[in-house]
Design a protein around this ligand. Structure first.
Ligand code: C2O
Ligand code: CU
Ligand code: CU
Length: 621
C-alpha cells in the first residue's frame, strides 16, 4: 500500500466513527428530550434542536462529507460539552434550578463520551479534507464492524436509559392545594396533656468494631426507644450524616405528617439540620424505626432501631427484651448479621423460673429472594404472643418450630426459663456460600446449652391460636377491593437497567395508587407471581389478615403491618381507612422497593408540598 493510499484509507476510516458518534449523540439527545420538555420547556427545545442538527450532520458526514459539515459537527459537539460541564458543576444560570449542579446519569455520560471522542476525529478530517478512497479494504471493514457494534450498543443503552429517566419531581398529592383540600403538613398530632417522652437521635457516621457504619447516637442498632401506651413521644433528629435523611416509625398508626417519608410527608432532612417528630403512641407492641430516605442504602448502613410500646396494663414479665436483627451489607462490614449489633452470639440474662418476653425485629436486608429468617427457639416451650406488635388470641405452647419472620416483621415470644439450662434462639434459614458467615444466636440464662434438634414444621399464623371476633376480617362486604399482582422482569428505569419489580405491571411512582376515603373498609389481595418473598408493608394502618391461598384464616385474628407473601402465594388483608394522608404501601425487601415494588394508599383531597425525584432530592426508597 502506497503512502497516499494508506492516508486516504485512514481518513475514510475516521469518517465512519465520527458519523456514528454524532448520530449516537443525536439519538440520545432526542430520547431525553421529552423528559426535559417536562422539566423546563427551553431545555427540551434545545435537546430537540441539537438532536436534529446532530442527526443531520452525522448523516451528512457519512454520505456527503465536506469540511463545512465537519466544522459544524465539531462546533455542536464542543458547545454541548461546554453547556453540559457547566450544568454538572457550577450549574446553569437559567432553568428550573438556576445555579444548582444537576446530577449526571448514564445517558449524559455516553453522550459526552461520544462527543469528546468525535472532536479529535472531526478535527483531523477538517485538516485532511473529505476525499474518499476508491476501494474497500478488509482491514477497514475489520476495524469498523466491531467499532460500529460497540457504538450502536452504547447508543441503544443511552437511548433506553434516556427514555426512562430518573424523575425530576413527582408530586404524590391526590388534589392540588385549594378549598376543601387538606395540606398534609396539617395532619399532625393535636396538642394534649399526655406524658411526654423526649429523645434525641443524632445520625452520624461512626466506626463500630472496625467498620464504618451510619448510626443513631453512635450505635447499630440505634438506641431502643421504650415508651408506654398513651405517651406523647417527641424525637429530635439531628443530621450529621453526609447525606439527607429521615426517620420513619414502622408499624405505628400516627398522624401522616409524622410518618418520616422523604418526598411525601417531609423534605429529606439536609446535613446539619434538625427535625422533630411528635406523636402519641396508641397501640402497645414491638415496632421499629428506620430512615425512609434512600432507604435501600441507608438502612443497611445501620440506620434503624427498636421501638417498644409497653401496654398501659396487662401481664408483666420478669424480663422483656427487644432484639433487632440486621445485617450491615450497606456498610463495609459486609454481608453479616448481628443481633442488637453483636455479630455472633447475643447473651441475655435470665434466671430459672422467670417469665421472659422476647421481641424479635427483622431489620435484615438479606438478598434478592427476600427469603425470611427461620427462627427456632430451643430449651423451653414458648408461645407466639404477638405478631407485628399486635397480640394474638389464645396462643398455645409450641415446641421447636421454624418461625418465618419476613423483613420488617416482628415476633413476640413468651416463655418461662427452665431450671438449670439455657434457652437459645437460632436461625435455621438455609445458607450457602458467602451466607455461611451470617450466623447469629441469642442465648438466655446460664447452664448447659439445649441440644440441637432438626426442625421441619413451619409455624403457620393462619391456623394458630383461637378465633375471636374481628370487625374488619369478618366483614361480608368491602367498600373497596383491589388486587395487587407482583411480577418481576428486567428493564430500564430511573436511568439504568434494573430487575424491575411491579405491582400490576407498573413500577413506582407510576403504580396506580389506592384512593380511599375516611371510613371505608378496604380489602387488598396480594398475588405473588414471582419466586421471591415479598413482605408487603402498609404505613399508618394495620391489616386484618383474611385469607391465605384462598382459605380463610382459622385461628386467632392476625393484625399485621407487613404481610409476608411467599413465592406464588396469595394473601388477602383488609383495613379500615381511618387515618387520612398519603401512605406508602411497599415491599420491605428494600431492593425490591427500590426496583419499583411500591405504591400508595392515598386519601382523596390531600396535598403535599413535597415531591419525589432528582430535583427535590427526595428518594423514599
Ligand atoms: Cu419500614 Cu416504608 O417502611
Ligand atoms: Cu412503615
Ligand atoms: Cu419484594
Amino acid at each position: 500500500m502506497g503512502q497516499s493510499q494508506s492516508l486516504t484509507v485512514y481518513r475514510r476510516s475516521l469518517r465512519g466513527p465520527a458519523a456514528l458518534l454524532t448520530l449516537g449523540a443525536a439519538a440520545i439527545h432526542l430520547s431525553a428530550a421529552p423528559d426535559h420538555l417536562q422539566e423546563y420547556v427551553a431545555f427540551g427545545g434545545l435537546f430537540i434542536v441539537v438532536g436534529i442538527a446532530q442527526a443531520f450532520l452525522g448523516l451528512a458526514a457519512w454520505l456527503r462529507p465536506s469540511r463545512r459539515i465537519f466544522v459544524a459537527a465539531v462546533l455542536i459537539a464542543l458547545g454541548c460539552l461546554v453547556v453540559w460541564t457547566i450544568s454538572r458543576t457550577a450549574g446553569l444560570p437559567i432553568g428550573p434550578t438556576p445555579g444548582k449542579p444537576e446530577p449526571a446519569g448514564f445517558p449524559d455520560l455516553v453522550t459526552s463520551l461520544f462527543e469528546v471522542t468525535s472532536v479529535p476525529l472531526l478535527l483531523v478530517l477538517i485538516v485532511r479534507g473529505p476525499r474518499q478512497a476508491p476501494d474497500r479494504r478488509r482491514g477497514w471493514l475489520g476495524a469498523m464492524v466491531p467499532l460500529a457494534v460497540v457504538l450502536t450498543l452504547l447508543t441503544f443503552l443511552g437511548v433506553m436509559t434516556g427514555l426512562n429517566p430518573l424523575p425530576f419531581a413527582v408530586d404524590m398529592s391526590t388534589a392540588p392545594p385549594g378549598p376543601g383540600v387538606t395540606p398534609l403538613q396539617m395532619l399532625t398530632e393535636p396538642p394534649g396533656d399526655e406524658p411526654v417522652k423526649a429523645f434525641t437521635l443524632t445520625a452520624r457516621v461512626t466506626q463500630q468494631a472496625g467498620h464504618q457504619v451510619w448510626t443513631y447516637n453512635g450505635t447499630v442498632p440505634g438506641p431502643e426507644l421504650r415508651v408506654t401506651q398513651g405517651d406523647r413521644v417527641r424525637v429530635t433528629l439531628i443530621n450529621h450524616l453526609p447525606a439527607a435523611t429521615s426517620i420513619h416509625w414502622h408499624g405505628l398508626r400516627l398522624p401522616n405528617a409524622e410518618d418520616g417519608v422523604a418526598g411525601l410527608t417531609q423534605q429529606a432532612l439536609a446535613p446539619g439540620q434538625t427535625y422533630t417528630y411528635e406523636f402519641v403512641v396508641k397501640d402497645p407492641g414491638t415496632y421499629w424505626y428506620h430512615s425512609h430516605q434512600d432507604t435501600e442504602h441507608q438502612v443497611p448502613k445501620g440506620l434503624y432501631g427498636a421501638l417498644v410500646v409497653l401496654p398501659g396494663q396487662g401481664p408483666t414479665y420478669d424480663r422483656d427484651y427487644a432484639v433487632a436483627v440486621g445485617d450491615l451489607n450497606g456498610s463495609d462490614a459486609g454481608d453479616r448479621i448481628g443481633a442488637n449489633g453483636l455479630l455472633g452470639d447475643l447473651h441475655l440474662s435470665a434466671h430459672p423460673g422467670e417469665l421472659v418476653r422476647l421481641r424479635l425485629i427483622d431489620a435484615i436486608q438479606g438478598d434478592m429472594t427476600g427469603f425470611p429468617e427461620l427462627l427456632t427457639l430451643l430449651g423451653a416451650p414458648y408461645r407466639v404472643i404477638a405478631l407485628d406488635g399486635h397480640d394474638l388470641n389464645g396462643p398455645t405452647d409450641l415446641g421447636p418450630e421454624l418461625l418465618p419472620i419476613g423483613i420488617g416483621q416482628r415476633y413476640d415470644l413468651a416463655f418461662r426459663m427452665p431450671s438449670g439450662s439455657q434457652v437459645k434462639l437460632i436461625d435455621n434459614r438455609p445458607r450457602r456460600g458467602s451466607q455461611l458467615a451470617r450466623t447469629w444466636t441469642v442465648t438466655l440464662g446460664e447452664g448447659p446449652t439445649p441440644p440441637p434438634v432438626t426442625v421441619h414444621t413451619r409455624f403457620d399464623l393462619a391456623t394458630y391460636g383461637t378465633t375471636a371476633p374481628d370487625e374488619v376480617a369478618q366483614r361480608q362486604t368491602f367498600d373497596e377491593s383491589r388486587d395487587l399482582v407482583v411480577t418481576n422482569q428486567h428493564g430500564f428505569r430511573y436511568g439504568s437497567e434494573q430487575f424491575l419489580h411491579m405491582f400490576n405491571g407498573r413500577t413506582f411512582p407510576e403504580t396506580q395508587p389506592i384512593i380511599v376515603r375516611k371510613g371505608l373498609f378496604v380489602r387488598l389481595r396480594f398475588v405473588n407471581n414471582t419466586d421471591e418473598y415479598h413482605p408487603i408493608h402498609l404505613h399508618g394502618h394495620v391489616y386484618s389478615v383474611i385469607r391465605k391461598n384462598g382459605r380463610p384464616i382459622s385461628g386467632t385474628p392476625v393484625h399485621l403491618d407487613s404481610i409476608l407473601v411467599g413465592p406464588h402465594e396469595t394473601w388477602e388483608g383488609a383495613f379500615l381507612a381511618d387515618n387520612p394522608g398519603l401512605w406508602m404501601l411497599h415491599c420491605h425487601v428494600l431492593v425490591h422497593a427500590a426496583f419499583g415494588l411500591s405504591t400508595m394508599v392515598s386519601y382523596e383531597g390531600v396535598s403535599t408540598p413535597y415531591s419525589i425525584g432528582s430535583r427535590s432530592g427526595n428518594f423514599p426508597e
